[in-house]
Design a protein around this ligand. Structure first.
Ligand code: AHG
Ligand code: MN
Ligand code: MN
Length: 327
């Protein structure tokens, strides 16, 4: 049986050569990260490292290792002008004089890393912007709205290693085939059902939520006799990659809203390498992504580690939640 490889798929989508090579480099980095994740405790890379990342969180050693792999593999691509990583404070400029056509790659090298110690799914998230003009390297130069993304995706390190991508022509899912090393197309044209009866939220933050989120979840929990008139199921993986993967597969909504506990920072999740790429994927799969009051990809960035309120998934349910915010 012949199956479509990542490259064949990108060729069929008429992705230009530079983008195709960059996507293959990202896929290579993800395969290498997957290998480190798979070895888990044997390689002694779980548990907290001594360093703290720019968010003031203790870094797991695998966070650092994954970032280094990504830098080495993707940073060596001659069309990459800059890398913006969750784990690195400053923008990592790879070119002194970035030109039109060069790429900026934003990434979360290891998402859901609190799941490592308990051997649950983690992933890598990435977003790609292509420069339209030559620019001077500066922190402000990478603060580009999500609508400018030309591609986005994630790798998921679960029971199998998956790669889910968009180059602006829908969303396609690949599974790593250990024998050939290829990512093979296994879920073409992923599409999120518009309606759902499943939400994902960290309910331990109930006391911190603002009124719209509280009323929405309260109404869902009231089930068939409540205002929603149907029973809801709940899931929370504590790994955005895993939660979004489920939503792309069977629908649902994911919420990590701004609440009174994280409002000072603008939310928990990061705009440029978590919310924007997931927002693009979800919209390309006919879902919706919102801050509660507007489209995530329309948020004008003011910093490359900026945080944002995130609500995404089945489009009719996202609209319902926006309705609670509008009340
Ligand atoms: P990271 O591991 O890159 O810091 O991201 C973790 C994020 C996201 O993946 C997940 O949805 C959320 O944090 C979990 O937060 P809680 O621990 O508050 O549930
Ligand atoms: Mn993350
Ligand atoms: Mn991370």
């Amino acid at each position: 049986m012949t199956q479509t490889t990542l490259r064949q798929h990108l060729q069929s989508q008429k992705a230009d050569t530079d983008l195709m090579i960059l996507m293959e480099d990202i896929a290579t980095a993800c395969r290498m990260i997957a290998d480190r994740v798979r070895h888990g405790a044997i390689a002694g890379v779980l548990g907290a490292a001594e360093t703290e990342n720019v968010q003031g969180e203790t870094q797991k050693e695998l966070d650092v290792i994954s970032d280094e792999i990504f830098q080495e593999v993707v940073g060596a691509n001659p069309t990459v002008a800059a890398l913006v990583s969750e784990e690195v404070d400053e923008v990592n400029w790879r070119k002194e004089a970035p030109q039109a056509g060069d790429f900026i790659v934003y990434y979360d090298p290891l998402d859901g890393s609190s799941n490592l110690d308990v051997n649950l799914s983690v992933g890598t998230i990435f977003s790609i912007v292509r420069l339209e003009n030559a620019i001077e390297p500066s922190a402000e130069a990478v603060q580009i709205k999500g609508t400018a993304q030309i591609a986005a995706g994630y790798a998921i390190y679960g029971p199998s290693t998956g790669l889910v991508i968009t180059v602006g022509q829908g969303v396609d899912g690949f599974t790593h085939h250990p024998g050939s090393g290829e990512f093979l197309l296994t879920s073409g044209a992923m599409s999120i059902p518009p309606q759902t009866q499943e939400f994902a939220i960290n309910a331990s933050r109930y006391d911190l939520w603002d009124a719209p989120v509280r009323s929405y979840i309260d109404d869902c929990l009231r089930g068939a006799d409540g205002p929603r008139g149907k029973k809801f199921n709940m899931r929370w993986c504590a790994s955005m990659v895993a939660d979004v993967h489920r939503i792309l597969t069977r629908g649902g909504v994911f919420l990590y809203p701004k609440d009174s506990g994280n409002a000072g920072q603008g939310g928990k999740l990061r705009l440029m390498y978590e919310a924007n790429p997931m927002g693009m994927l979800v919209e390309q799969a006919r879902g919706a992504s919102s801050t509660g009051t507007g489209r995530i990809m329309e948020v004008v960035p003011t910093g490359h580690h900026q945080r944002v309120s995130v609500i995404l998934g089945s489009r009719e349910e996202v609209a319902v939640i926006e309705g609670y915010y509008a009340k």
